[in-house]
Write a protein that binds this ligand. Structure first.
Ligand SMILES: O=C(O)CC1=CCC(=O)O1
Length: 91
């Protein structure tokens, strides 16, 4: 199952800098592990924003929910999920 996910990140300005750095490093490691497994198929920066558009290829809605809710930056994100299916004109 393919999903397009937009993540908008908003880390509070008063967050302890060491905690911010640790959270961002854990986010990077977590996402790269999922990219290597193939479940996180693409990640693109949205130009000019602390946001990304990602494509996930997962077995179920529940698996996507598990992945997203375990993101280290999850408490500082708003997330929009769009389920994708094949377009009839796709070749
Ligand atoms: O920087 C972002 O867009 C948030 C993020 C998601 C995965 C990652 O490594 O950073």
């Amino acid at each position: 199952m393919l999903f397009c996910v937009r993540m908008d990140v908003s880390i509070p300005r008063d967050l302890d800098p060491a905690e911010r750095e640790d959270t961002v490093a854990r986010e990077r490691a977590y996402s790269q592990e999922l990219q290597r497994s193939g479940e996180w198929a693409h990640i693109w920066r949205i130009v000019g924003l602390y946001s990304n558009i990602s494509i996930f290829d997962v077995d179920s809605n529940a698996r996507l929910h598990e992945i997203l809710s375990n993101l280290p930056l999850f408490p500082y994100m708003s997330i929009e999920v769009t389920a994708l299916t094949e377009h009839p004109s796709a070749i």
